[in-house]
Design a binder for this molecule. Structure first.
Ligand code: C5P
Length: 214
């Protein structure tokens, strides 16, 4: 679980925000612990400002990919499948952790949760009147990718060996020729990016509890 970001766009470290009687990071770690044999949490170099229950806690790096590498170095030798999860996605359910793990267990190098893109997509560039639409992009085979992402440990370590940077781990695995499969993602796994995202997440999680679905 990577939780070493500074939350620049959020206006502070989002992982320590309160969430349904706990904190954002504690929610993410608790779900990971409910599924995985062990959990490594990557925290800011200054340490975690809130209590975290994990098997190993290590300081992170300047980028997300660097932080993932800090976590990988702390893995026990016998681990074969690794799940990487953004602490900033505390709504991700245990079912999705299990689904990505199952896909790798079945033979894929990696597996990611995805939601089909529903908005119309356009690219835009700066023109004489400000930002102007350049073109509309077909969304028919486009997906928004979430975490947790699962990988064969050897494939993930090889993908990270060059020290590359990407916005997710699957990006590095793809670049090194690995096969990454897509499983169904969930709206509740949204990444807390702007402060109002927490309000939406709380509504989604409370709605799920009321419906009796989890
Ligand atoms: O910044 P971004 O939205 O990509 O962050 C995704 C996740 O990566 C967050 O949970 C954040 O705490 C983590 N991260 C990290 N180390 C960094 C940057 C981000 O662990 N240097």
């Amino acid at each position: 679980v990577v939780a070493a970001g500074s939350g620049t766009r959020y206006g502070g470290p989002k992982q320590v925000d309160p969430l349904l009687g706990s904190t954002v990071v504690a929610h993410s770690v608790a779900t990971a612990r409910s599924v995985c044999d062990g959990v490594v949490v990557v925290v800011p170099a200054s340490g975690s400002p809130v209590p975290i229950e994990a098997d190993v806690i290590v300081p992170g790096g300047d980028s997300r990919s660097e932080s993932v590498r800090c976590g990988l170095r702390a893995l026990p030798v016998d681990v074969e499948i690794v799940l990487i999860h953004d602490a900033a996605r505390p709504g991700a359910s245990a079912a999705v952790f299990k689904a990505v793990e199952a896909a790798v267990h079945a033979g894929a190098d990696g597996a990611v949760p995805a939601l089909a893109v529903t908005d119309t997509l356009k690219s835009a560039t700066l023109g004489s009147y400000g930002l102007e639409v350049a073109k509309t992009i077909s969304r028919s085979d486009l997906y928004a990718i979430q975490t947790p992402q699962a990988f064969r440990r050897d494939v993930l370590e090889a993908a990270h060996a060059g020290g590359g940077d990407a916005t997710d781990d699957a990006g590095l695995v793809e670049q090194s020729g690995g096969s990454v499969v897509v499983v169904e993602g969930e709206r509740r796994a949204l990444k807390l990016t702007e402060p109002e995202d927490l309000v939406m997440l709380q509504a989604l999680l409370l709605g799920t509890e009321i419906d009796g679905r989890s």
